[in-house]
Design a binder for this molecule. Structure first.
Ligand code: NAP
Length: 242
């Protein structure tokens, strides 16, 4: 039996909270009474989200965050810990993708994907992890992608970053398991979010999963934390498209 009420008062930090999966998850967690620390570079978007969360009974703290900047990530974690005392959950949802065959992929795009997706996830784990170890409990959800396990022509840079995130996540699972900290790799197939807005040509998003589906699965993962550890979960749209 899922106890959604059990998330009331839990402190949950979300990177990439201004749009897409992160924002939808924050909106849902707000209705469940969670304390949210919301991070992204879009402070106006975060402020609007925080207002919505507070209106439905949650608490929300919007914090400027650039996951590629170590000082910014350290500050994000410090603000969360100072404000709420504990951090129960970290959701790493900040991510970007650009698509081109590897021979055509601009080096700057490759660097940026590695920086946001891989280094950003590393930094957030690095600065929230010690607090969770000290508490003796915590959950880290890394939003990877199915592209972290399969080769997608045209998605080489994105896949490289996400294979990296999956590797990092699996190691962290082993390192933190005995500390009571659950680290989960979430591998979605295609999700209809703003992720695809800048992609030319824009793919058909009509059969992708809605962000609300992902948000519900994430909340389920957090609510089902009953002593068993969920290491990895793949969530696919009905047609199995990527
Ligand atoms: N959409 C999909 O089909 C899909 C499928 C599988 C996995 N995923 C993964 O799921 C995660 C969320 O994707 P989404 O679909 O929600 O994408 P989205 O709608 O484009 O949202 C991406 C979020 O990442 C944030 N972000 C980007 N660069 C950042 C930076 N340097 N520092 C802090 N935040 C940053 C953005 O905020 P700002 O721009 O405001 O900073 C935004 O809130 C990503 O890791 C993505 O790779 C997506």
């Amino acid at each position: 039996m899922i106890q959604f009420g059990s998330l009331k008062g839990k402190t949950i930090a979300i990177t990439g909270a201004s749009r897409g999966i992160g924002r939808e998850t924050a909106d849902l967690l707000g209705t469940l009474g969670a304390n949210l620390i919301l991070g992204s570079r879009n402070e106006i978007g975060l402020a609007k989200l925080a207002t919505r969360v507070e209106a439905v009974g949650g608490r929300a703290l919007p914090v400027y965050l650039d996951v590629t900047d170590e000082g910014s990530v350290r500050n994000f974690a410090d603000v969360a810990i100072n404000e709420f005392g504990t951090v129960d959950v970290l959701i790493n949802s900040a991510g970007i993708g650009t698509f081109a065959s590897l021979l055509d992929l601009p080096t700057a795009d490759f660097d940026e994907m590695i920086s946001v997706n891989l280094k950003g996830t590393f930094l957030a784990c690095k600065y929230f992890g010690p607090q969770m170890v000290q508490q003796g409990h915590g959950q880290i959800l890394n939003i990877v992608s199915i592209a972290g396990t399969v080769a997608l022509p045209g998605g080489g840079g994105y896949s490289a970053s996400k294979f990296g995130v999956l590797g990092l996540t699996r190691v962290l699972q082993q390192e933190l398991r005995s500390e009571g900290v659950q680290v989960t790799a979430v591998l979605p197939g295609a999700v209809n979010s703003s992720f695809w807005d800048g992609i030319d040509p824009k793919p058909d998003v009509s059969s992708m999963m809605p962000t609300s589906t992902l948000a519900r699965h994430i909340v389920y993962l957090l609510s089902a934390h009953d002593g068993t550890f969920i290491d990895e979960i793949t969530i696919m749209p009905p047609l199995g498209i990527l």
